[in-house]
Design a protein around this ligand. Structure first.
Ligand SMILES: Cc1cc2nc3c(=O)[nH]c(=O)nc-3n(C[C@H](O)[C@H](O)[C@H](O)COP(=O)(O)OP(=O)(O)OC[C@H]3O[C@@H](n4cnc5c(N)ncnc54)[C@H](O)[C@@H]3O)c2cc1C
Length: 456
């Protein structure tokens, strides 16, 4: 019962990486802060748990490049404050077809942001990377890569928040957010019968964002939870050292379809993380915990890239996690508006690539809640009413037969309920959709190359 009914300057809802770093930022600025989490702290049912997340500056969008550069500094600041490491620096290696638009934009951004990098042909790649590249592929070797330990990082921000005086409460599922008639402040009620008042409220509930915002306002945000699977593969005996950061093995991304990413052998010696960026639409409260992603294309990729070095028969360990996808894969960071005006801020839709920017997002959310505006970052990309979000509101979550039958000639054919396989080109396809026709967008978001069978 302690703290029930108490007043806070800011109430933060959801203790993943975004909520935990926000609580830290707000408490650090001297404000009375409450962080509420529906499950136990550091649970494994959201998006911020586990052993590794990639940090890389190799984005095709220039604004994310700037945000990653800033985040890198903020990770280091937090590490020096807590006194231990959560980020293990590495090189980043992007590979893909030479003509891939995304990869070309990555190279252009490395140049314009002065990120040390080298563009390598497949023969030059073999001097740095143990894998094999196809004939027409290139590689981009860059600085500012690395592995972040997610559970440890969340715990770090929670500890730092407590040290700065924040109150943290888990097993406190928020069931209502409303403006209190008497005080005019924001009343946050939990399912276990408690309520708290805050001058401001920040909502960072990950894959539950759409449900909570709908419950509170009736507004349906285009944020689709999907269940993703992380896979660990066994490095063949005698080659383990090739896959360590100490020996120069990078964090990596393979562009094109399927979009594959991986991290060096770190958390489980002798295993390397190689996974597909994608998964199945899910209900965060009724998870399937499987059957897991299709592994055929991933097995093929492992066999072709790491022939003789990694056992391609299948992953030896898997971990399930949730992405919160927006139609254009840009985040949603905005005021909730309506009766809440600027007193409630929401941040979600991190689309499988938000962790690395957690410390910066926390800072921006503290700015929005406390100062009425964010500093140093152009926020228009993240507004909830941006064109890509509002125009595609139904598309990401509506994979009906009739829509998918409208597949235009010459484009991929897909079936309802298909696996969402995401690519960095999704956004450009959506942009073209907004100026042409909507069916095009449905097809591209839900594209399944049809080669894979479901695993398990
Ligand atoms: C498999 C996988 C790999 C990824 N790889 C990378 C990567 O390499 N690099 C990268 O940058 N990003 C990566 N990401 C994305 C990144 O992990 C997420 O963007 C990030 O963790 C999202 O954090 P969050 O705080 O928004 O959500 P969450 O961590 O899910 O936190 C939201 C919290 O809110 C709580 N909550 C929900 N509803 C309520 C309620 N009503 N009341 C109280 N609490 C509530 C939830 O229980 C949860 O703890 C990956 C994600 C996955 C799943």
């Amino acid at each position: 019962m302690e703290n029930s009914g108490q007043k806070f300057d800011v109430i933060v809802i959801g203790a993943g990486i975004m909520g935990s770093s926000t609580a830290y930022q707000i408490a650090k600025r001297g404000h009375k802060t409450l962080l509420l989490e529906q499950f136990d702290f550091l649970h494994h049912r959201g998006s911020s748990h586990g052993e590794s997340r990639t940090i890389r500056a190799t984005y095709p969008e220039p604004y994310y490049v700037k945000m990653v550069i800033e985040s890198y500094k903020l990770w280091e600041e937090a590490e020096s404050e807590i006194g231990y490491r959560v980020l293990y620096k590495a090189q980043q290696f992007d590979m893909g077809p030479a003509e891939d638009k995304c990869l070309q934009a990555v190279i252009a951004n490395c140049r314009s942001e002065s990120i040390p990098h080298q563009v390598l042909n497949r023969h030059q790649v073999s001097e740095k990377f143990p894998g094999e590249l196809p004939e027409n592929w290139i590689g981009v070797w860059s600085e500012l890569g690395g592995v972040i330990k997610p559970s440890k990082a969340v715990s770090m921000f929670q500890t730092l928040a407590i040290q700065r005086g924040a109150v943290l409460k888990d097993n406190s599922k928020v069931s209502d957010i409303r403006r209190d008639g008497a005080s005019g402040e924001i009343l946050v009620a939990t399912a276990n019968g408690k309520s708290f008042l805050g001058k401001k409220c920040v909502v960072t509930v990950g894959a539950w964002m759409k449900n909570l915002v709908k419950l509170v306002t009736g507004l349906v945000l285009p944020i689709q939870p999907i269940e993703a699977t992380v896979c660990y593969w066994r490095v063949k005996e005698g080659y383990e050292a090739h896959f360590t950061i100490a020996n120069g093995f990078p964090t990596f991304a393979s562009h094109g379809q399927p979009h594959i990413y991986g991290t060096p052998s770190l958390e489980y010696p002798g295993l390397v993380k190689i996974a597909v960026h994608g998964g199945y639409p899910c209900d965060p409260d009724k998870r399937g915990w499987g059957p897991g992603i299709s592994l055929d294309s991933l097995r093929k990729w492992v066999e072709e890239r790491f022939a003789g070095l990694v056992d391609p028969n299948g992953p030896v360990a898997k971990q399930s996690c949730m992405y919160s996808m927006t139609p254009d894969e840009d985040f949603v960071i905005d005021y909730l508006g309506g009766e809440f005006g600027k007193d409630v801020v929401i941040a979600g839709g991190f689309s499988g690539h938000g962790f690395k920017m957690g410390p910066l997002v926390g800072k921006l959310l503290a700015d929005l809640a406390l100062d009425g505006e964010a500093h140093g970052v152009e926020m228009s990309h993240f507004r909830m009413n941006r064109a890509q979000c509002s125009k595609t509101l139904d598309l990401v979550r509506t994979f009906t037969a009739s829509e998918l039958e409208l597949t235009p000639a010459g484009h991929d054919t897909v079936n309802p309920g298909t696996v969402l396989k995401l690519s960095r080109s999704t956004k450009s396809n959506l942009r073209s959709m907004n100026t042409s026709n909507e069916t095009h967008g449905v097809v591209r978001i839900g594209v399944d190359d049809g080669e894979d069978d479901l695993d398990g």
